[in-house]
Design a protein around this ligand. Sequence first.
Ligand code: GCV
Length: 677
Amino acid sequence: MYNSLWLNYKKLSVSDDFEKNIADCLCNVCFVSFDENNPVFLNAKKEIETAFSVILDRKINFCSNENEMKNGLFINFTPEKDLGKEGYHVFSTDKGYSIEAGGYNGLLYGIFRFIELLRLGKLTGNVDEKVIPDNPLRMLNHWDNMPGDIERGYSGNSFFFEDNKVLVNDRTVMYARAVSSVGINAVVINNVNVKGEASYLISEKHYEDLRNLSEIFNGYGISLFVSINYALPMEYGIETADPLDERVISWWKERCSEIYENVPSLGGFLVKADSEGRPGPFTYGRNQADGANMLAKAIAPFGGIIIWRCFVYNCRQDWRDTKTDRARAGYDYFHALDGQFEDNVVLQIKNGPMDFQVREPVSPLFGGMEHTNQILEVQIAQEYTGQQRHVCYLIPWFKEVLSFNTHMNEASVADIVSGRAMGNRYAGMAAVCNTGNDFNWTGHDLAGANLYGFGKLSFNTSLSSEEIAYDWARLYMASAMGEESFKKINGDRITDVTVEILMKSWPAYEKYNAPLGIGWMVVPNNHYGPDVDGYEYSVWGTYHKADCRAIGIDRTEKGTGFTTQYRKENAELYSSADTCPEELLLFFHRMPYNYILRSGKTIIQHIYDTHFEGAEDVEYMSGLWNTLKGLVNEDVFERVTARFEHQLMHSKEWRDVINSYFYRKTLIEDEKGRELY
Ligand code: GCV
């Protein structure tokens, strides 16, 4: 059982005006000049039929000759216009409405958006929306394992795998519809940690299922990708995985040829190499470009691409070693290889240099490579941001990352990953996905906003977080109640409350988490809940080094030198505590607790205050949520209420554990005399 996410179409008849001017008009739909056998066309048409027949509660008449129709919705194939294959233009005309698209993906996106505009009540007045997606690749990475579990999955088990088999069923179709409705065009179905049966996902045993899955995906404009085990040839009796060894090279060529014979539309491979125990080219004294290029050459004849992750670091560090710095690793391994990758290799770079903490600086690899295809990797699976038990709307965070000026020719991260800055064809955004086989797909209903939002943002990076939150809240939360909730008062109330909660949630989470960008005060391994010293006594190299005098890591030139990996302007900004953005102060600097921040507060007082405030913010959000009782769908209300109860308790635990840790280290009292344990 599963719900239909934000595609839960309900009858919508909000006013006489709607009935007369919109509903009557939209009963007539004309598709002009499309290939009526194209699978994307067929799905697009089906979507209109499904949506309109429910929303308008009328029979829909289709035609393909525009002269046959006086008014209605006209959908035109316009490859000659400047929309590319994925852009669309929706506008009102004196005969009703038009959607223009230059390709089948554009058609699908235009139709999905048109249905949204209809449901959002935005089809009144003069409609004119033309969008060409900013990012060529808009990707979801699932960390699903073939036995059926999900690494860092917080919403049930996999719907792609069970008992080491690939699942292809009606849920697959629902998934494809939903993610393509927000513009996703590439999906990796399996975990980057490729182990066990997953090594053999690209083998005869699973080709048929992969082909069936890819056909469903293709019908929604999505390319199927798989994560592979870099050392796979060794599972087939070759003694080495050295990328320069002829046996390895020809093994991959043959395997690629076999795969494409069976799964012709496969997009390519995602690879995690030389990281956290995964094999890679380092074992053979080769570099990351050697490894990626060998695979790229093998897959190129079939039009495939290699997405190669830059999350490469040594996860064993002695705490006394003050020079080694995990934050440096990505740049240290990849920067010098700029320009050496094949055209069909794309490097996938996590937003920060560490690992999806609630706050990190942007990775210096963005702006550090001028001749390499790049994808930004973010994580909507809330591994470090409350594991979908806490509400944490991450789109504002991603917007900050995208707008970061790398000072490489003044390009922002958005400019680089869109391909605009360097004119590259392969570029984009990927999110580690937050779905599972729970009824509501994302465990926390409000986490659905991150799935919807990631797609929307990667399609159009200039949308604001609020706009995205508003549309999602209206489509999912308000529409769950159907017609009644769309009526002015309830619909607006539900939407406004939901948007307010979403927009408060990431700042609140940051307040009760580790302070000022230091990160990693979380329980090791499962990454849930506070454990200030949990990682301090492990070898992962994520130390905060808090003692009774100071906290933070000196990452300036005098320290680990991480700041020098940025372009001059950013290196200077981060090098001095006076100019360093304060939310990142302890990431870059080791500071005494009585250092005075720009707010006039000492660091220690800031820690106390933010932790009290964070828990209060949760109390406020949860109170707001309670005002929706009786207004939103009862199931949704109960599920979210239960999660808020937990978040309330858990945010207080975070507050108390962090505050008492620092109180006991420093013995400095809270100026406001609140209870510290
Ligand atoms: C898939 C972190 C996570 C791991 C994850 C890894 C990665 O270390 O905790 O679960 O592995 O990142 O991104 O590869």
